[in-house]
Design a protein around this ligand. Structure first.
Ligand code: RNT
Ligand code: ZN
Length: 417
């Protein structure tokens, strides 16, 4: 797209928004401060670099075998840097424990330590990318159906040790980058069929978490992620939404809202203002569930737009962290990163451009028709010209121009794998 046209379109958009009391220059600034935590696991279909046999377990699934997936740590790093070069702004990288630099050795989950992540810490520093972290309960011989809530104390202690070590690693990452590393704890624990000891496993999970979170760190922040159900674990999830909402509220800690982890008609957007009254911060896992927690690539759909609008309306921009969480092996994986990241940004851009003061005036005056009419009209306002300007300012391809770049990278790099 022609640079002058983008600028002209922006000027027109700026005037149009100004007439509704919205400052587009300010929004461009806010977009610059909007950092995604990009998930490393789209690059290689959630495999990681552990020396182990066996595929993905824990009730999650990747479909597709599109050629060119990253096969080792260098390829993951290269692909992520390339994807980031097509996403405007500055973003974080969200690592899972199985993506450690294990040097070809088998390091069990209860043996991981900072040394296995030192090269990531150095890479983050060298590329000015801050890191977030996740413990990994799935794809392991001891995963089974129950990890932190396993009645077998040996297995439970194994996963407690793993998760504690992950917190230590997160602390080291946070300290090195002088910015808190957010560590997400999600465990798949659940069961396929009718469970008659529901309370018991939840007591065990609570006790394990209490042990894990006992030590306080200053350079990492914990967050806990609930889920409605996993594949093969359909009847019961130990760490349900109620469990973690209550836990996080009681401990005054962060909670993760994964947009695929609720019943299909539940609004994740509506949870923001309720939860933020009781927990300090939220982490998002922005995904796209299709009938179940399918982890399709994030797009600019109604649930995602509603979610970001609610964050802006709640004045919660600085209390939310924006992780992505999808994994699709049916298409070019770098393209998938760019689509999902840009989609999340577009949702935020549109949310920031909402003529909220006028809308609130209407609501306060009980002008229902006017409120709904302006909400409808706002959909058609030239938010896209503002997003294009954001891309231009950040020297990344504007609009569909990035398709060619992804194709070139496929031709030169990923197709040769
Ligand atoms: C699974 C959870 C979890 C994982 C990642 C890989 O349903 O969403 O966050 O997707 O940890
Ligand atoms: Zn998630």
């Amino acid at each position: 797209m022609n640079k002058e046209n983008i600028q002209k379109a922006y000027e027109i958009a700026k005037e149009r928004y100004a007439s509704l009391g919205v400052d587009t220059d300010k929004v461009l600034q806010q977009m610059q401060d909007f950092h995604l935590s990009i998930h490393c696991w789209q690059a290689d279909d959630v495999e990681g670099f552990e020396e182990r046999e066996g595929g993905l377990t824990g009730g999650i699934q990747v479909n597709g075998n599109y050629p060119g997936k990253a096969r080792n740590i260098d390829e993951v790093r290269k692909d992520i840097l390339y994807a980031m070069s097509l996403i405007p702004g500055k973003h974080r990288l969200n690592l899972h424990e199985i993506y450690g630099d294990f040097g070809g050795k088998f390091i069990d989950r209860d043996e991981c330590s900072v040394e296995h992540f030192q090269s990531w810490i150095d890479w983050g520093k060298a590329n000015d990318i801050k890191l977030d972290f996740n413990s990994t309960s799935f794809s392991h011989a001891k995963s089974g159906d129950l990890s932190l809530s396993n009645p077998d104390k040996g297995i439970r202690d194994f996963w407690i040790e793993h998760t504690k070590r992950c917190r230590e690693i997160s602390q080291a990452m946070g300290e090195a980058q002088q910015d808190p590393c957010i560590m997400n704890t999600w465990v798949h624990d659940g069961s396929k069929d009718i469970t008659v000891n529901r309370l018991y496993y939840r007591e065990l999970l609570k006790d394990s978490l209490d042990q894990i979170f006992e030590h306080k760190y200053d350079w990492m922040k914990d967050t806990v992620e609930s889920k409605v159900f996993g594949i093969g674990l359909e009847s019961y999830t130990v760490g349900s939404n109620d469990f973690y909402t209550a836990y996080a509220a009681q401990k005054n800690m962060m909670i993760t809202l994964d947009t695929g982890h609720f019943h299909p008609t539940e609004s994740v957007a509506d949870k923001v203002s309720s939860m933020l009254l009781f927990v300090p911060e939220l982490m998002l896992h922005v995904s796209r569930p299709i009938r179940w927690d399918s982890d399709h690539v994030t797009i600019m759909d109604d649930p995602t737009m509603d979610l970001f609008s609610e964050i802006v309306r709640a004045g919660a921009l600085n209390r939310v962290h924006y992780g992505l969480d999808y994994f699709d092996g049916t298409m070019n994986r770098i393209g998938a990163y760019v689509i999902g990241s840009r989609a999340a940004q577009k949702c935020m851009c549109r949310a920031l451009l909402e003529p909220i003061n006028t809308l609130r005036d209407y609501e306060n005056m009980d002008k229902k028709f006017q409120r709904l009419a302006l909400l409808e009209e706002a959909k058609n306002l030239p938010w896209n010209a503002v997003y294009d300007m954001f891309c231009l300012k950040n020297n990344v391809p504007v609009g569909e121009a990035y398709l060619k770049e992804v194709e070139n990278y496929e031709k030169d790099v990923t197709s040769k794998r």
